[in-house]
Write a protein that binds this ligand. Structure first.
Ligand SMILES: C[S@@+](CC[C@H](N)C(=O)[O-])C[C@H]1O[C@@H](n2cnc3c(N)ncnc32)[C@H](O)[C@@H]1O
Length: 491
């Protein structure tokens, strides 16, 4: 029986909270899960934003954190969940042992594994019996994760360890170059109904030399001895796709997001493990490589990410690819919708609040750098543009000094206009001061725009935006995707 699940939704927030919501994620409602969580790399990832000129800004913003600490309650609770979900008690004990071992590396691995375990339990629950899960990781934790997956999915449901091999610059250490990621592929059950479309790859040169393009039939005699291969009349469709995938990385210079995965990788996973009307879920969706690939294949999808930066990027990619049509294609859930939920976000994370607030005006984030939280670019004629800077004030106390500071930043940055977004109502003094900061004359529209403009979050949420000439985001452009869908067979 088909289970109803709302699809084409981007959920903003911790995936564990969303996944545990059975109204959003009923049992056995998803066909394919691809997850590319942080790898326990002990690193922070940064997104570099471009200046309107196209030059790379020095300012960076932390996209997400990949450092793990054992948190007494949360990590232990996660392990209890693993035990309750039927996890092998020895595995649970092993993770506890790691946590208590005393060295930082073991404790961090234990915290990471328990964070992953609770999420994998939910992902197992939401998968249909015909469904598949692909967990993208690397050798830092792949062996540990395989054990956790075996305990949740059952070792018998392990299908492949896929090696994604790529080239990158040598790091010059006294060891071999690390040039692969690992993708652990599990089926939800061993049902013969499970979806798997055979893919093919190009034949080896030696096979082509010997047999050309002809299909070959090989077999054994009644004693199990190999019979000589026979050439058939038909052409071969290629060799069955193996488990080592040679696909180029997205070059760092072209990445919209640190750790962005190549479209070809997701196209292949989707081609292998979905059918018509399949639902694809990516609970760590980042800049939405999975979402874009699923949409291109005309499938239903769901993405979750805990950073607004990621959700905003996915929206931008969808809008760039599908234009106005994108608006009716998906929903975003979990973002602030009124002043009180905006305040709750500001209390939870000042940085997330800032990123969300500047996305309301279509600007790109910039690390708090000389008073610039976000940037917009406005056209001034053929190939010429100028900057609009955005400042966000999420605190309770606001004063005219903020308008003076913004004026100073406008001058320092040689920007045309400064936008101030406040959570609280600006004071009369602020409004008064802003009216005395002059105006910007657009050479295109031949009209003037107030140099400093102030809007509250309430204004923006209620559709009372800033008065600006036509603007364009300075974010790197996502490559548009075609709508032709993908072939079932990828070589
Ligand atoms: C490795 S990146 C995914 C990159 C993605 N595959 C792509 O191609 O862009 C991991 C993502 O997981 C998100 N993330 C980390 N913890 C999360 C959580 N608890 N819930 C939801 N998203 C989370 C991060 O914000 C980050 O965007």
């Amino acid at each position: 029986m088909a289970v109803n699940i709302e699809t084409n939704v981007l959920y903003y927030g911790d995936n564990l909270i969303w996944l545990r919501n059975h109204d959003c994620f009923p049992n056995e409602s998803v066909d394919l899960v691809y997850l590319d969580p942080p790898f326990n790399s002990n690193a922070d990832y940064n997104v570099i934003f471009n200046e309107p000129s196209g030059e790379e800004s020095q300012a960076q913003i932390k996209a997400f954190d990949d450092t793990w600490r054992w948190e007494k309650t949360a990590s232990e609770e996660a392990l209890r969940d693993l035990g309750r979900a039927g996890g092998n008690p020895q595995i649970v004990e092993y993770i506890q042992w790691l946590a208590k071992r005393g060295d930082k590396q073991s404790t961090s691995m234990a915290a990471y594994l328990s964070m992953m375990a609770v999420r994998l339990i939910e992902l197992n629950r939401v998968l249909k019996s015909s469904g598949s899960l692909y967990l993208h990781c690397d050798p830092t934790a792949s062996h540990y994760l395989k054990v956790v997956l075996d305990t949740i999915f059952g070792a018998k449901n392990f299908r492949n360890e896929l090696i994604w091999h790529y080239r990158k610059w040598s790091t010059g250490k006294l060891q071999f170059q690390r040039n692969h990621d690992v993708i652990l592929f599990y089926s939800r059950t061993q049902s013969t109904e499970r979806v798997f479309n055979q893919l093919y790859m190009e034949r080896a040169e030696s096979t082509k030399k010997r047999f050309g393009e002809s299909k070959i039939l090989s077999g054994r005699d009644e004693n199990g001895r190999r019979l000589p291969s026979q050439i058939e009349d038909e052409d071969s469709v290629g060799a069955r796709q193996d488990d080592v995938w040679e696909i180029s990385r997205v070059p760092p210079i072209k990445q919209l997001f640190p750790t962005e995965k190549p479209a070809a990788l997701l196209d292949r996973i989707i081609a292998a493990s979905t059918g018509k009307n399949s639902v694809v879920l990516d609970p760590f969706c980042g800049c939405g490589t999975t979402i874009i690939a699923a949409q291109k294949a005309r499938l239903k999808w769901i993405g979750i990410d805990v950073t607004w930066l990621a959700i905003d990027l996915v929206e931008k990619r969808l809008k760039e690819s599908y234009g106005k049509k994108a608006q009716s294609m998906y929903l975003v859930k979990g973002q602030p919708v009124d002043v009180s939920s905006a305040r709750a976000l500001a209390n939870k994370s000042k940085k997330e609040f800032e990123i969300w607030a500047i996305s309301l005006v279509g600007a790109a984030s910039r690390e708090h750098d000389g008073g610039v939280d976000g940037l917009l670019s406005i056209a001034e004629g053929k190939g010429k543009s100028t900057k609009v800077i955005v400042q966000v004030k999420g605190g309770k106390s606001i004063n005219p000094g903020m308008v003076r500071d913004l004026m100073g930043t406008i001058e320092k940055e040689k920007a045309a206009i400064g936008l101030l977004i406040t959570l609280e109502e600006p004071t009369a003094g602020m409004r008064e001061l802003a009216t005395h900061t002059g105006s910007y004359e657009s050479p295109i529209w031949h009209r003037s725009y107030p140099r400093i403009q102030i809007k509250t979050i309430k204004d923006l949420l209620e559709g009372r935006g800033f008065d600006l000439p036509y603007g364009e985001s300075p974010l790197k452009k996502a490559s548009p995707i075609n709508e032709e869908g993908i072939n079932g067979k990828l070589l």
